[in-house]
Design a protein around this ligand. Structure first.
Ligand code: ADP
Length: 297
């Protein structure tokens, strides 16, 4: 993994104009003392408290934790869709001021425009974020990513004619085609059945690992095996208030084989460690809720 600052990444380039077009700025993300509160005094929810996390250039970090621990809130803050109540968020040492083309997102609900075909959805995203590209370059780029995800035959299909897995493949192709420096993915495979999920994990890993411009990824999941397969590190979160309980290194060599992984003792031990952190917090949360209910009786 390229973790030295300034590691030269970018697509193969041949002339100065192309260099400018494809130059990739390395992103490191820094969340410093992040706090987030929803509601007011009557219904106040501390969604995040004192969240600190540094994500290195080209690193794949998953956020895992039970529902309500603030995973989506972190993604929304990184996407610039929400401002934290406290703390600082830096991408490449610049404070986030709102959404920007340096960050590509994939959410669980696909978020493709229903009135555009697969091809048009991807072209539109490229046009919005890569204004320097000529129309022919936009089209070439869109076709390149459609074929990389094996959907070139479906270029003229509208989202409502595609399966959930295919729609999510288009969303992923769209994100890669925009060439942002950071990928923000909020439970992108959460709505898929298990076989489609496995397929999509492989598609994502293949695209992410190929070439020399590996992106920085923040990936939300509640699936430990998914996190262990994909990530360099896993931030285990706990609710009430949302905090990062532990950051776990995932030491397995890439490319990873899911069957070999699942059979290795190291994998089993790591999985069990993460599970016990999540489980103990879940029991604690249920007890806190029960005490709250008893207090009302
Ligand atoms: P997760 O993604 O881990 O399920 P979220 O980030 O969606 O968690 O939510 C964290 C907490 O903040 C939850 O308790 C949730 O109910 C609350 N929350 C999220 N969005 C809002 C909102 N817009 N208004 C009020 N509370 C919210």
């Amino acid at each position: 993994m390229p973790d030295e600052p300034g590691f030269p990444i970018g697509e193969t380039v041949s002339d100065e104009r192309s260099v400018q077009k494809e130059m990739v700025v390395m992103a490191a993300i820094s969340l410093q003392n992040i706090g987030m509160i929803y509601g007011n005094n009557g219904s106040r929810c501390i969604a995040l408290q004192n969240v600190n996390l540094t994500i290195h250039d080209g690193e794949f970090v998953s956020l895992i934790g039970p529902s309500g621990c603030g995973k989506s809130t972190i993604i929304d803050i990184l996407a610039g869709l929400k401002m934290p109540a406290e703390g600082v968020v830096l991408i490449d040492e610049s404070q986030i001021g709102g959404p920007g083309p340096d960050r590509g997102t994939v959410f669980q609900d696909y978020s493709l425009f229903p009135w555009m075909t697969s091809f048009e959805n991807i072209c539109f995203a490229i046009e919005q974020t890569r204004e320097e590209l000529e129309p022919i370059e936009v089209k070439d780029r869109a076709m390149k990513y459609l074929s990389l995800i094996g959907l070139e035959r479906f270029r003229d299909a509208y989202p409502n004619t595609l399966s959930g897995g295919m729609r999510q493949r288009v969303s992923i192709a769209r994100m890669f085609s925009m060439n942002p420096v950071v990928f923000l993915m909020d439970e992108p495979f959460g709505a898929l059945d298990s076989l489609n999920r496995i397929y999509m994990q492989d598609v994502l890993l293949r695209l992410w690992l190929e070439g020399n411009d590996r992106k920085t990824v923040v990936f939300v999941t509640h699936d430990i095996d998914e996190a262990l397969l994909l990530s360099d590190r896993i931030a285990v979160m706990t609710p009430s208030p949302g905090q990062i309980k532990e950051v776990v290194d995932v030491p397995f060599e890439r490319p990873r084989n899911r069957k070999d992984l699942a059979e290795s003792q190291e994998y089993i031990a790591l999985r069990s460690r993460i599970l016990s952190v999540l489980y103990s917090e879940m029991i604690g949360e249920i007890e806190r809720q029960e005490q709250g209910v008893r207090g009302l009786l």
